[in-house]
Design a binder for this molecule. Structure first.
Ligand SMILES: [Ca+2]
Length: 182
């Protein structure tokens, strides 16, 4: 019971309850409006773009919609009803995957989660950010295509997303160079 209460508290404090609320797009009640406006790349699984190793992308989440929400008490510690975008990641078994984010405009509380099935991010979630802006760190057991969701608790904003080079790859390269030159 205490654990449940703690989880409930964690869910309730996600986001910025004291921040001024701005209108956000919601697929549940604006489907018709959506037909008449732009759809940015990655707004849906069908339009997800690749995020390669070492790449940094900047995305205006205020131009995206809320299509996916892993809910609270599962992979994510809180519900994510804010807008999100999806990226595809080509990965290898044993890869140390690290994703970092920074908010350059707005008050977005950015949460990340990684799934093997884009259409079922809750059921196939591998890992999620522990807190807002925390990024993701995971050593992958299996390689293949994964889906990275850059989601928000409520407020949108402009967010920079970086997939860092795998540490194991970098150290191997440096080790090989030292073996040659030292
Ligand atoms: Ca969402």
């Amino acid at each position: 019971m205490r654990a449940f209460s703690m989880m409930l508290l964690a869910a309730l404090i996600c986001g910025s309850p004291l921040a001024a609320k701005t209108p956000r797009l919601d697929a549940t009640d604006l489907d018709q409006a959506r037909e008449r406006t732009r759809v940015i790349p990655g707004d849906l699984c069908s339009t997800a773009t690749a995020l390669s190793r070492g790449a940094t992308v900047e995305i205006d989440l205020c131009q995206a919609w809320n299509d996916y929400d892993p809910g609270a008490f599962g992979c994510s510690s809180c519900a994510l009803p804010g807008p999100e975008v999806v990226y595809t990641l080509d990965t290898q078994a044993g890869e140390q995957l690290r994703i970092v984010t920074s908010v350059s405009a707005g008050a977005a509380d950015v949460r990340l989660y990684l799934a093997t099935d884009c259409a079922d991010p809750l059921g196939t979630c591998l890992v999620a950010s522990a807190t807002g802006g925390a990024g993701l760190d995971i050593t992958l057991v299996q390689g293949g295509a994964l889906y990275l969701f850059v989601d928000t608790t409520d407020e949108c904003g402009t967010v920079s997303v970086t997939r860092q080079e795998a540490a194991s790859t970098a150290s191997t390269t440096w080790g090989a160079l030292k073996a040659i030159y030292y």
